[in-house]
Ligand binder design. Structure first.
Ligand SMILES: Nc1ncnc2c1ncn2[C@@H]1O[C@H](COP(=O)(O)OP(=O)(O)OP(=O)(O)O)[C@@H](O)[C@H]1O
Length: 239
């Protein structure tokens, strides 16, 4: 796999001809994707369609894929599980990998941004699932990424916490203007958060459609229902 990390004004991520097989099973069969600076793209697809595989490749975590990926100098990944280190306090999890005297101050600022200004000395085991995921978001934010790669980041949370995290994402995105690729099963989540949706099926992106709805969005928006029906149909679910 050819990878480059360098600046480019028109796209923050460009992937071309990405292929990945596991044994005889071809999971990705030539995926092309470009994401513009500040653009949020939702990646939808049936279970097992290869969404996580593609995200790991775009993140640079899969050396066995082929194709080309050009990614920005600063990117961060958030997974469905928070992946915090249990033996480090919250502040040290967020500051992990940062250097310099400012590291803790930056980590504290990121924790305040995700609504956890008072949990810096807590251990991960003392946090609720939603709080732990907020810390994972803070850990990503503190790196000031041009691109966030999010693999079902709110998928393990209860419905109310999930809604709160979606609101948090919208707020942080408006402030930081990062680009994001958001893997989700949830068509409503895609339509609430994304500027564009892509659908993975049969190893390729078979749909690439803008979400022309203004913010703030709600599922009651007139255009929302039509887009939801279209996407559910595309995913093979009767709408
Ligand atoms: N390390 C691996 N070894 C073998 N097969 C794998 C491996 N990783 C993924 N696969 C297979 O690749 C296919 C795509 O998996 P992937 O997890 O990317 O799908 P997904 O779209 O993210 O699924 P889900 O929505 O259920 O999480 C599946 O058939 C899976 O079994």
């Amino acid at each position: 796999m050819a990878t480059r990390t360098e600046g480019d004004l028109s796209t923050v991520l460009t992937a071309g001809g990405v292929r990945r097989s596991f044994g005889a099973a071809v999971v990705l069969d030539g995926v092309d994707l470009a994401i513009a600076p500040g653009e949020v793209v939702a990646l939808l697809g049936g279970s097992g369609s290869g969404k996580s595989t593609l995200l790991r490749i775009l993140a640079g975590l899969d050396p066995d894929a082929t194709g080309t990926v050009r990614r920005p100098p600063h990117q961060a990944v958030v997974f469905q599980e928070h992946r915090l280190l249990p033996w480090k306090r919250v502040i040290d999890n967020v500051a992990l990998g940062l250097s310099g005297p400012e590291a803790h101050a930056r980590a504290r600022a990121a924790l305040a941004e995700v609504g956890l200004p008072d949990r810096d000395t807590a251990w991960p085991a003392e946090l609720s699932g939603g709080q732990a995921q907020r810390v994972a978001v803070a850990r990503a934010l503190v790196r000031e990424p041009e691109l966030l790669l999010l693999d079902e980041p709110f998928g393990a949370l209860d419905a109310l916490t999930r809604l709160r995290m979606q609101q948090l994402f919208i707020r942080l995105r408006a402030q930081h203007r990062f680009a994001a690729l958001l893997v989700t099963h949830d068509v409503d989540e895609a339509l609430l958060l994304a500027d564009r949706t892509v659908v993975l099926e049969g190893g390729r992106l078979v749909e690439d459609a803008p979400v022309p709805l203004t913010h703030p969005r709600t599922p009651d928006d007139p255009g929302f229902g039509a887009l939801r029906r279209h996407l559910l149909e595309r995913l093979g679910v009767a709408a």
